[in-house]
Design a protein around this ligand. Sequence first.
Ligand code: PMP
Length: 405
Amino acid sequence: QPTAGEEPTANLALTRRWQGALMDNYGTPRLPLVRGAGTKLWDADGTEYLDFVGGIAVNALGHAHPAIVEAVSRQIASLGHVSNLFVAEPPVALAERLLQLFGRDGRVYFCNSGAEANEGAFKIGRLTGRTHMVATDGGFHGRTMGALALTGQPGKRNPFLPLPGDVTHVPYGNPQALAAAVTEDTALVVIEPVQGENGVVVPPPGYLKAARAITAATGSLLVLDEVQTGIGRSGHWFEYQAHEGVLPDVVTLAKGLGGGLPLGATVAFGRAAQFLKPGHHGTTFGGNPVACAAGLAVLDTIETEGLLENVKRAGEKLREGIESLGHPLIDHVRGVGLLLGIVLTEPLAPRVQQAAQDAGLLVNAPAPDVVRLMPPLNITEDEVDAFLRALPAVLDAVTDTDGDG
Ligand code: PMP
């Protein structure tokens, strides 16, 4: 707080304005940012930060990547929004490109967010004629009512009960629990290959394969929510591709797909692609050419810059570097590629998040004892080194003040 007579800082001025004008729907202090370039961000006071949040896995290529700036500028200058009464080249090309990366025949429905992509999956499930669905405890699929019905986090669901649908939640990562819940009345099973919002929870090996076998046996659809894990974040185009013998019926995507623009997709394969008929679903901005042009730029750049390899390399370096710090507050690091969770020995993650921000590092705390890292996929070795150099002092700052109040 500035003392009487002192000019408020630009950060404080912007903070006061947002508090007066925006809904405080997350209930946490928000850092007022004004500029980004690559993995760097700057606040209104000019302080520089290293961005290991990546817009919650959205900024696949970092901030202001020339390929995105160029693609978006070119597209909006030639043909912007056209509505679903018409069709343009970018959504067609992006759908073709995605199907090529999946290596399967299918159909793509474009929307604007992860929640909407999961609403598409929800509707496909209902159109099978079955009503029962199975999802996982701790799972997160979005905040719209259908996506919330699939979400397995009571704190987010409870204010909105009753939610639509007949959804059974089962413990994540447990094939026996899944087998017991799925019947011939089950329309779909929805699973995140790694639970991001729940604290970067990785299931045991063989879980996705078991889910595929269980759903195949009952004729239920297997929906993989790759909103957070997809588009290279895990070191594969889609995380399920790292799991042998797993071919989902539906994959939902968003976040990194648009490289910073609002873009989601419900991708359905085989018989799952037949259920949504004209009139069943749609949204005004779906397949927006500008967002899809950004999506194409993201996929092209991941390929031309060899970013899947970079994700694997940088992810390993980060994981090993953090664990080898041997800090008493660090238990271990879990996750895939550049979706990593530092599991703490004490529930101090929110304080680590704040101390990191004070030290110029942006991270987040999806669980009380987990600090999540989701830097851009093109993060450099030097940036990983800078993070590793700065982290010990951040953890020390939190443990030193522990017990002071
Ligand atoms: N699914 C998963 C796995 C997610 O992590 C998220 C967002 N954190 C969503 C769905 C919802 O995406 P959106 O916020 O774009 O609606």
